[in-house]
Ligand binder design. Structure first.
Ligand SMILES: Nc1ncnc2c1ncn2[C@@H]1O[C@H](COP(=O)(O)OP(=O)(O)OP(=O)(O)O)[C@@H](O)[C@H]1O
Ligand SMILES: [Mg+2]
Length: 469
């Protein structure tokens, strides 16, 4: 359920993100442009028609009369109709004295006598009988009676043709821009689809792959931005391939190694089953026990090898004292050494040797080295565990066993590799485990002839942790 719910909330696509990023600002710019254009267009429309209103007002000024102190207006009705005639708009006028007294015209036209100083004409928007009108206001002296006082002439016109003109201009200006945005949207939509086509091909390729095919993905045609991602995936596949290879070989080797002891167990059981003599049965059971013990050691070494595989484990480092740890581990081996008449000694560093690592894993490493030293040293020999510190912390295990030939000194760290001619029991995993644990701790291992000329010396050198104090 949860999985489906998550699937339905898809991440926003690159396409929708790009469209949003480009089209939203473009639309905002268009909006600002529309508002700006509206004012420009209105201004242009007014300029054209205002001149006409002004001309009507000036024409009227010619017909203002002055007779015996009385202002009048003398324009034949026919001439007035012609003057005010317009196909679309209604035209009104009012002629007033400077005191606001109506000489002629429409009394409902609101009185307006203020004009910016220095000018004789003003234009403004107003309302007449509920309709919006554009008004030209002219202040002048009646031209035929220059001695008389000034008059104010208002010519008002409804705005039908201005509005129409304005709409036509706006559409002409804005339509191409809206089209441009639409085209940009379509181009982005198609462009992104085109740009992402190699990714879709890549997806199909990866989708059709067998889970066994971990070869690198070809990054030939993918966009440059995606190349690092493909590189990282390829890198991951290489590492997964290495781990899978290791695991495959490990399982094969393990099955092979387990087959022999299991066959031995079966043989001993069959033998015991065939015997009627209790003493013989007991002897067979004794062999069975030894075989089972050997098998049990093999299994625990295998588990240990898997537990310490550097690619598979998460390590939990903490500081500890290598000197004390090695002493404790060595002490555990005293009873066995005593039984084998081996002189097991511990050479202390004389002071704590602080290491950063996993104490349990390092103990396991020491156990494997001491186990080998005791196992491959003949009775009467000496085994010594030293801890020393210089720029590194050294754990040294030297023994009196048979000298390991130089050409074998690398191979003995491989899994299941044992030296020919050794009659000791063993599964060939101890040193492989030591190697893994050293790798986990960034430590190096060297194997040399023992300084006293007899036996071998294994030295594990750890980087030192710089603990305070
Ligand atoms: N201290 C040593 N002296 C002489 N030979 C050694 C010593 N340590 C290891 N070897 C040789 O190296 C081989 C590999 O050692 P390793 O510890 O890996 O396996 P093992 O001892 O045979 O088995 P395991 O430790 O898994 O039970 C041994 O079989 C032995 O031949
Ligand atoms: Mg061993």
């Amino acid at each position: 359920m949860k999985k489906n719910a998550r699937k339905s909330e898809r991440n926003p696509t690159l396409r929708s993100r790009l469209l949003r990023l480009v089209l939203v600002p473009l639309s905002l710019i268009l909006l600002i442009d529309i508002v700006g254009s509206y004012f420009v267009v209105r201004h242009v429309a007014n300029d054209v028609y205002d001149v006409e209103l002004n001309e009507i007002a000036r024409e009227m000024l010619l017909h203002v009369t002055h007779n015996k102190g009385e202002m009048g207006f003398d324009l034949a009705p026919e001439a007035e109709r012609t003057l005010l005639l317009d196909k679309e708009d209604q035209v009104y006028y009012a002629i007033r004295t400077m005191d606001g007294n109506l000489i002629a015209g429409d009394p409902t036209l609101p009185v307006q006598t203020v004009i910016k100083s220095g000018k004789d004409t003003a234009y403004y928007d107003g309302v007449l009988q509920g309709q919006s009108v554009r008004v030209a206001l002219l202040r002048g002296q009646p031209l035929l009676h220059p001695a008389t006082e000034l008059v104010m002439i208002q010519v008002a016109e409804t705005q039908v043709k201005r509005d129409r003109h304005e709409r036509a201009l706006l559409i002409q200006l804005i339509l191409p821009q809206v089209l441009l945005i639409l085209i940009a949207g379509i181009l982005i939509w198609r462009g992104v689809a085109h740009g992402l086509a190699p990714l879709r091909k890549l997806q199909q390729e990866v989708g059709m792959r067998s889970h066994l095919d971990l070869s690198p993905i070809a990054a030939d045609n993918v966009p440059g931005e995606v190349e690092p991602l493909v590189g990282a995936v390829n890198d991951l596949m290489t590492r997964v391939d290495a781990v899978l290879g290791f695991q495959g070989r490990f399982i094969a080797d393990t099955a092979h190694q387990l087959r022999t002891p299991v066959a031995g167990l079966k043989a001993h059981i069959e033998l015991a089953l065939r015997e009627n003599d209790l003493t013989q049965v007991k002897r067979a059971l004794g062999h069975l026990y030894t075989s089972a013990e050997r098998l049990s050691r093999l299994v625990s070494q295998l588990l240990s090898l898997a537990r310490n595989e550097p690619n598979n484990v998460a390590v939990n480092f903490a500081p500890f004292d290598l000197n004390q740890l090695a002493l404790r581990a060595a002490q555990e081996w005293v009873p066995l050494a005593y039984k084998k008449q081996i002189d097991l000694g511990f050479d202390t560093a004389g002071q704590p040797v602080l290491l950063n690592g996993e104490a349990a894993r390092v103990t396991e490493m020491i156990n494997n080295l001491v186990d080998n030293a005791i196992r491959y040293t003949p009775p009467g020999g000496r085994v010594t565990v030293h801890v020393r510190q210089d720029e590194h912390a050294h754990l040294i295990v030297s023994d009196d066993g048979a000298r390991i030939p130089v050409e074998e000194r690398t191979r003995i760290f491989e899994r299941f590799h044992r030296l020919l001619g050794s009659h000791e029991e063993g599964s060939g995993l101890g040193l492989a485990i030591v190697h893994e644990i050293a790798t986990l701790h960034n430590a190096s291992i060297t194997l040399e002839d023992d300084v006293d000329g007899v036996g071998n010396t294994f030295t594990v050198s750890f980087p030192v942790s710089h603990a305070p104090g």
